[in-house]
Each structure stands twice: as structure tokens, then as C-alpha cells.
Design a protein around this ligand. Structure first.
Ligand code: ASC
Length: 150
């Protein structure tokens, strides 16, 4: 457990430093990168959601680990919404670039809800997890409704 915490902490520190450094040779590289980070985030967020909704048995350790990974991933996609990457294999709406203040606000809100979810998951208490999960999921949906094509 201690080793895992050290590993996740190390990973988080590394990931925090990465977005600023992320560089993409081509728009399609940026698109692939941001989709990959959303995919990994969704997989781990979904595992927490399965427990929060009772679709999977509550496992405090798994909840904490998965919430931590989702939180770490939530920091990554934003640097990959580069100029020119609105075109290509993407459902990102042009409004992301046109109304970036609103987009950034929703992105920040999502990240802060995932910080809260991760803190809740560390309490090892299913009720705390349930309380934090709903608002976090709502921030995913809010952004999809506004900024993602169907
Ligand atoms: C997920 C996932 C999303 C959000 C969203 C919440 O697990 O992949 O995109 O939750 O469905 O409404």
C-alpha cells in the first residue's frame, strides 16, 4: 500500500509537470493525445462510479486508486486543444476555441470536482464517495452537452 501511494504520488508529480511540456507535431497528434487521456480518465472514473452506484461492490482501496488516476488524467487533455486541432477525427465543437473562457471554466470545475472525489475516496467511506461522485459526473456531462458533438 505504501509503495502504491509512493508510486501514485510520483506519477501525479510527473503528470502535473507534463501538460505545459506537451508538444504536438501535428494537429492529429494533439487529437489522439487528448482522446487517450479522456479514455483513461473515463475508464477509471467509471470504476469509481460503478461502486458509487452499487453496480460493483465497494472496495475502498480500489476506489482510492481509481479516483487518483482519474484525477491525474483530468489535468492532461487541455494542453492538447491546440490551434488547428478543431478539424480531424474529433467531436470537439468549434465553440471550444471560440468561447475558450467558458470551456476553461468548465474544465477547471471538472478538475476541482475530481480533486474532491479523490479526497472522498481516501476516506474509505462509501457514503462520502457517493456524495462526491454525482457532482463530478455532472461536470463531465456539462462539458459534453456544451462542447462535444453527438
Ligand atoms: C463517465 C464517463 C463520462 C461521464 C459522464 C457523466 O464515466 O465516461 O463521460 O461519466 O457520463 O455524465
Amino acid at each position: 500500500m505504501k509503495k502504491q501511494i509512493a508510486f501514485v504520488s510520483g506519477l501525479l508529480a510527473l503528470l502535473l509537470a507534463l501538460p505545459a511540456a506537451a508538444q504536438f507535431a501535428k494537429p492529429e497528434d494533439a487529437i489522439k493525445y487528448r482522446k487517450a487521456s479522456f479514455t483513461v480518465m473515463s475508464a477509471h472514473f467509471g470504476r469509481v462510479g460503478a461502486m458509487a452506484s452499487g453496480r460493483a461492490p465497494f472496495d475502498a482501496k480500489a476506489a482510492a486508486e481509481n479516483a487518483d488516476i482519474a484525477m491525474a488524467m483530468s489535468k492532461l487533455p487541455w494542453a492538447a486543444f491546440t490551434e488547428g486541432s478543431d478539424k480531424g477525427d474529433t467531436r470537439a465543437k468549434p465553440e471550444i476555441w471560440r468561447d475558450s473562457a467558458k470551456y476553461n471554466e468548465l474544465a477547471d470545475k471538472m478538475q476541482s470536482e475530481l480533486v474532491k472525489l479523490s479526497a472522498a475516496a481516501k476516506q474509505g467511506n462509501l457514503d462520502a464517495l457517493k456524495t462526491a461522485f454525482g457532482p463530478a459526473a455532472a461536470t463531465c456531462k456539462n462539458c459534453h452537452d456544451n462542447f462535444r458533438k453527438d
